[in-house]
Design a protein around this ligand. Structure first.
Ligand code: BEZ
Ligand code: MG
Length: 565
C-alpha cells in the first residue's frame, strides 16, 4: 500500500509541477499594434521580468534575489533549482509580484518602502531597480513609431537605437527609432559566454542522463537576430561545447581563441556541426571565421580521441583531406537565404518525409571555411562534406531566447531545427535527440522537442488567454491561430514530434465547438478553410487518427465553405 501511495503522490506532484510550469510561462496576449503603447497588465508582466535580472552595468539587482537574501535564502540559484511548486519560490514570486504592483500604483519610493516592510529589503538596495523600472515605464508610455515612420517616408533623420529583446536590453526603448544591430567583433560577450556555459552543460547533462554517454556529434542551428539579442549566446555555446574560449585582441575584438584544458573541462570536447542562417552569415562574417578556427584548433590538439570527438570523427570520416574533413560551418549559397522546407510543408508539396531533410541539405550545404593554403572559402557547395558531418550527429539543438517567439509562432523553427533533424535521421540512420533551451528565463531549462511542442500548445494555441487575445485582432487573429496549427504540423512533418491529442484538442477547441466555429468563420473564413485542410492532411499523412465523426465534421466544414465561395 505504502509504495502505491508514494507512487501516486509522486505522480500528482509531477502533474502539479507541470501545471505551474504552464501557468508561469509568459505568453504574448495579442499582437503589437503599430503606434500603440502596451496595456496595463502586459506592462506589469514586462516590468516584473525586467526587474528579475541582475544588471551589474547599471548597478541594478534582481528583485527576486534581493527578496530571497533578505528572507535568509542566500543562494537564490539553489532556490531556482527547486520545483516551481516549492513554497519558498512561490513566496518570493508573490512578494515580487506585489512589489511591482505597488510600483505601478505608487511609484519607486512607495514600492521600496513596501518591500522594506514586507520582506526587510533595504531601500538603498531596491531603489536602483525600481528607478530603472520607472525609467522604462516612462519610455513605454511614449510611442513615436508613427511619427518616425512619417519622418522616414519624408527621408528625414531618425534617431538610432539598439535592437534587442526588451528584457535582455531595456535600452531598446523607446521604440520607433532606427534599429541598429551589433558589432560582430564584440560577439560573444563575457555575459553570453558565462550563460552559454550553463546552458550547454545542461544540454550535455540531459543527453547523458537519457543515453548514458555523450553524443558522437551535435548539430546546432545559429540565427543572426538571436545572436544579436543575446550578444552571441549561440556562438558561445558552440565554443564551450568544443572546449575553447574567445580571447580579445589588442583592439578588444573577439578574434582569437584559447583552449580550455581537459582538466578544467572535465569532459570530452564535443564535435559540433553548425548550420547558420543567411542573416547570421551576412551579419557575423568574423564570427563565421572564429567558429571555423575553433574546430580546426580542436582538431589539431594532441589529445586522446576518446577525449576529443572532433579528432575521433575526423579519423572515422570517409573524407580523406584534412581541410575537408574538418569543415563544420555551413550556410546557404552567398546571397541566398532560408531552407524552403517551410514552403514545401505549407504547400503540401512533399511525399516522402526525408525529402524535407534533403531539401535542407541542398539549400544549406555551402561550406564557409579555409582551404589548405589558409585562403577564405565563402560558400563552396559541399553536400558530400555536410552529409558526412551529419552522419555522426546524435543530438540537434537550438537556443530559444525570446518569450514572444516560440517554436509554433513562426515557421522558421521547424524549417531549421526540424529540417536539420530530418536530414540527420536519414544520414545517421537514426533519429537524433532533439532539444531546445529557454535561455531567457533566469533558470535555464533544456527541453526535448516533444516537451516543448506540448508546452507551447498548452500555453498558447489551446489557452483561451492566448487565442482570445488574438481574436481581438479579428481577421489577423484567426490567421495567427491557423499559423500556429500549420507550424505545429511542421513538427509532425519534419520530426514526428506532435502527440495526436494535440490535433484532437485543436479540432475540439476551434471547430467542433459550434459557437467558436461561427465566430471564426465570420472573422476569417479563408483561415478556417486552411486550418481544416491542415488537420485533414495531418490525418491523411498518419499523424493523427481521429474518430470518424470528427473527420465527417471537418469534411463538412470544407464542403460548406466551397459551396459558399
Ligand atoms: C535569423 O535571425 O537568422 C533568422 C530570422 C528568421 C528566420 C530565419 C533566421
Ligand atoms: Mg516569415
Amino acid at each position: 500500500m505504502a509504495t502505491k501511495y508514494t507512487e501516486r503522490d509522486a505522480r500528482i506532484t509531477q502533474l502539479y509541477e507541470q501545471l505551474i510550469e504552464i501557468e508561469q510561462r509568459l505568453i504574448p496576449t495579442g499582437l503589437h499594434v503599430f503606434g500603440r503603447v502596451p496595456e496595463q497588465q502586459e506592462r506589469g508582466d514586462l516590468l516584473r521580468m525586467v526587474g528579475s535580472f541582475d544588471r551589474p552595468e547599471s548597478g541594478v539587482r534582481a528583485l527576486p534575489k534581493l527578496v530571497a537574501e533578505s528572507l535568509g535564502f542566500d543562494d537564490y540559484e539553489a532556490v531556482l533549482r527547486e520545483s516551481p511548486a516549492n513554497e519558498t519560490r512561490q513566496l518570493i514570486d508573490e512578494i515580487v509580484r506585489e512589489a511591482v504592483s505597488q510600483f505601478s500604483r505608487g511609484g519607486a519610493a512607495t514600492a521600496a518602502n513596501w518591500l522594506k516592510e514586507r520582506a526587510g529589503v533595504n531601500q538603498e538596495e531596491s531603489l536602483p531597480t525600481f528607478r530603472l523600472l520607472a525609467d522604462i515605464s516612462e519610455k513605454l508610455d511614449s510611442n513615436h513609431e508613427m511619427e518616425a515612420l512619417l519622418r522616414a517616408l519624408r527621408g528625414e533623420y531618425i534617431e538610432p537605437g539598439p535592437g534587442a529583446d526588451i528584457i535582455q536590453n531595456p535600452f531598446v526603448l523607446p521604440t520607433g527609432r532606427n534599429t541598429h544591430a551589433v558589432n560582430p567583433y564584440s560577439v560573444p560577450s563575457r555575459t553570453a559566454f558565462a550563460r552559454a556555459r550553463q546552458v550547454a552543460d545542461g544540454l550535455l547533462r540531459r543527453y547523458l542522463d537519457e543515453h548514458g554517454r555523450y553524443p558522437r556529434a551535435l548539430a546546432l542551428v545559429l540565427w543572426g537576430l538571436d545572436n544579436i539579442k543575446t550578444q552571441g549566446e549561440g556562438v558561445a555555446q558552440a565554443l564551450w561545447l568544443l572546449g575553447v574560449r574567445p580571447v580579445r585582441d589588442a583592439l578588444n575584438r573577439a578574434t582569437e581563441l584559447e583552449v580550455i584544458p581537459l582538466t578544467e573541462l572535465k569532459r570530452p570536447r564535443m564535435d559540433v556541426v553548425m548550420t547558420v542562417s543567411g542573416i547570421f552569415r551576412d551579419l557575423f562574417t568574423p564570427t563565421m571565421a572564429l567558429l571555423d578556427k575553433a574546430v580546426r584548433l580542436v582538431a589539431s590538439l594532441d589529445e586522446p580521441t576518446e577525449m576529443n570527438y572532433v579528432r575521433r570523427n575526423i579519423e572515422e570520416s570517409q573524407v580523406s583531406e584534412f581541410d575537408d574533413a574538418v569543415t563544420r560551418v555551413f550556410s546557404n549559397a552567398p546571397g541566398n537565404y532560408g531552407t524552403n522546407v517551410n514552403f514545401m510543408v505549407m504547400q503540401s508539396a512533399w511525399e516522402d518525409s526525408s525529402s524535407l531533410g534533403d531539401l535542407f541539405v541542398t539549400r544549406k550545404s555551402f561550406a564557409y571555411t579555409r582551404d589548405s593554403k589558409g585562403q577564405t572559402v565563402e560558400g563552396r557547395e559541399a553536400p558530400a562534406l555536410m552529409n558526412d558531418a551529419l552522419s555522426r550527429v546524435e543530438a540537434t539543438y537550438q537556443n530559444i531566447d525570446s518569450f514572444e517567439v516560440g517554436i509554433t509562432d513562426v515557421d522558421h523553427y521547424f524549417e531549421y531545427l526540424g529540417g536539420i533533424s530530418n536530414a540527420v535521421e536519414k544520414r545517421a540512420q537514426a533519429r537524433p535527440a532533439i532539444y531546445l533551451s529557454d535561455s531567457l528565463s533566469p533558470e535555464t531549462k533544456i527541453r526535448s522537442l516533444e516537451e516543448t511542442v506540448r508546452l507551447e500548445t498548452r500555453a498558447k494555441t489551446l489557452n483561451p488567454k492566448w487565442y482570445e487575445g488574438m481574436l481581438k485582432h479579428g481577421f489577423r487573429g484567426v490567421a495567427e491561430i491557423e499559423n500556429h496549427v500549420t507550424n505545429t504540423f511542421g513538427w509532425s512533418a519534419t520530426a514526428g514530434a506532435v502527440d495526436p491529442w494535440i490535433y484532437t484538442e485543436i479540432s475540439k477547441t476551434f471547430l467542433l465547438d459550434e459557437a467558436m466555429l461561427q465566430r471564426l468563420l465570420e472573422l476569417n473564413p479563408y483561415s478556417v478553410q486552411s486550418l481544416v485542410k491542415r488537420l485533414l492532411e495531418a490525418h491523411e499523412r498518419g499523424f493523427w487518427n481521429p474518430d470518424e465523426e470528427v473527420l465527417e465534421k471537418l469534411r463538412e466544414i470544407v464542403n460548406e465553405l466551397k459551396r459558399a465561395s
